[in-house]
Ligand binder design. Structure first.
Ligand code: ZN
Length: 298
């Protein structure tokens, strides 16, 4: 367990919280932290600390509850880790600072995000629900709804902890927006020339409004990935899920040892470590704002 996981764990323990869903608004109340709302210009959340008491401000334009919960939890992270008694301090956090996994934020912001993720989806409460060896959108959706957090926050948490070789791909308008691989998913996504989805992918079929199964489908691995071990015969699992009204599709790729992983142990040059930094996106929860209506067609 790292420092932030530990500090989030103690934070919840001190408050006597051991059931879900976790309500950061209630936490603020029990800590005597006032919450106010205002139509901020570009800011998502603020923490004002006068040396003794804290206030958390939320953008009143933001109405999506999971996002509001994440923002309050992020500010609680600043409160717990970044202020000291007797010192005036203020944090003004923009949309991109909160929930941004693209490594472009400062350490303090990344730490507040991590803290938020840990108090909303604490490891001790999710570990029995998640099957880290076998990914499934059904479980991700179930955890997301039980914990009242966004689907993307939940899948990010899953991917972070997963022991399976899996990868989240977020696509919009038939283009890959970003992807997040688990530690053991060591392939390059097929996006050398462009980010356009392969016609053979279920994600692309869903984009075109075609009916697809709400389950993993086995398909030719080179539809999605490339690498020395990916041959014409390699296969990979894809489970794509269209999101309503966003023209977005969330895809889980899973290599259930169906791709030959001869050089698996050589992880010195994971292409993802290099590639991922080149892709920027506006933050975990910046989209989708609306919760998806699962399984329904546009
Ligand atoms: Zn912040």
């Amino acid at each position: 367990m790292n420092d932030i996981e530990l500090s989030a764990k103690y934070f919840l323990e001190d408050l006597g919280i051991n059931t879900y869903p976790i309500d950061p608004f209630e936490i603020c109340e029990s800590l005597g932290i006032e919450i106010f709302e205002a139509p901020f210009d570009g800011l998502e959340g603020v923490l004002l600390f006068n040396g003794q008491n804290a206030k958390i401000g939320l953008d009143s334009k933001q109405t999506y509850l999971p996002r509001r919960k994440f923002s309050v939890s992020h500010e609680l992270g600043h409160f717990n880790n970044d202020v000291s008694f007797g010192e005036l301090k203020a944090f003004r956090c923009t949309k991109n600072m909160i929930g941004d996994n693209s490594n472009q934020t400062t350490d303090i912001e990344a730490r507040a995000d991590k803290f938020a993720s840990e108090i909303l989806l604490p490891n001790f409460l999710i570990k029995d629900l998640f099957n880290y060896h076998e990914p499934s959108w059904d479980i991700i959706k179930e955890v997301s709804s039980k914990f009242e957090v966004s689907l993307l926050s939940t899948i990010f948490k899953y991917i972070e902890k997963s022991k399976a070789a899996c990868c989240l791909v977020v696509s919009k308008n038939n283009m890959i927006q970003f992807y997040k691989p688990s530690k053991t998913f060591r392939y390059s996504l097929q996006m050398n020339e462009s980010r356009v989805l392969s016609d053979f992918s279920y994600a692309s079929k869903a984009m075109k409004g075609l009916e697809i199964n709400n389950d993993f489908e086995l398909l030719s691995a080179d539809t999605w990935i490339s690498g020395v071990n990916v041959t014409k015969d390699s296969e990979l699992y894809e489970w794509s899920m269209p999101l309503n009204s966003h023209d977005q599709v969330l895809t889980l790729l899973w290599d259930d040892e169906t791709v030959n992983q001869a050089d698996y142990e050589d992880n010195s040059n994971n292409p993802y470590d290099i590639e991922e930094k080149n892709y920027s996106y506006g933050g975990v929860d910046n989209f989708p704002w609306e919760p998806p209506t699962f399984g329904k067609k546009k």
